[in-house]
Design a protein around this ligand. Structure first.
Ligand SMILES: [Zn+2]
Length: 132
């Protein structure tokens, strides 16, 4: 079975190194996904060092999203039921966004006008934070 996350085709890559890559997902403004470069199914397959690296990356990205977008809440999720290659969703949530207060993987409840996002600035801020 070919895995769509084993290649980075058509991804909007913000940052990458040997261990992971960070992409901007188009579906929701500010939606970020972290994907391990190698095909790993479960979080527990990571070494301790890799696990710490991954969670620190999540923490740094969450901080940039809060600083830049001022969301009501940031959702962090690892599902992978459809694509069993370890990846983490980091999703800024706004009060009365289409799924609020449910998860964005649920059915939309309403339309919502998202605040304007300067994507180039957001990508630059995340890149700077991760390169530190
Ligand atoms: Zn894969």
């Amino acid at each position: 079975m070919s895995c769509p996350l084993c290649s980075s085709l058509n991804e909007n890559i913000i940052y990458q190194d040997n261990f992971l890559r960070v992409i901007l997902v188009d579906d929701i403004p500010g939606y970020i996904r972290i994907i391990t470069q190698k095909h790993i199914k479960e979080f527990s397959e990571l070494s301790d060092e890799e696990a710490i690296n991954l969670m620190l990356t999540v923490k740094k990205i969450e901080k940039v999203l809060i600083d830049e977008l001022n969301p009501e809440k940031v959702n962090i999720a690892s599902l992978g039921n459809m694509v069993p290659h370890l990846h983490i969703h980091i999703i800024p949530r706004f009060k009365n966004d289409p799924w609020w207060p449910g998860a964005v993987f649920c059915e939309k409840k309403r339309d919502f006008k998202y605040p304007a996002v300067n994507f180039e600035k957001l990508k630059q801020k995340i890149k700077e934070k991760l390169e530190k």
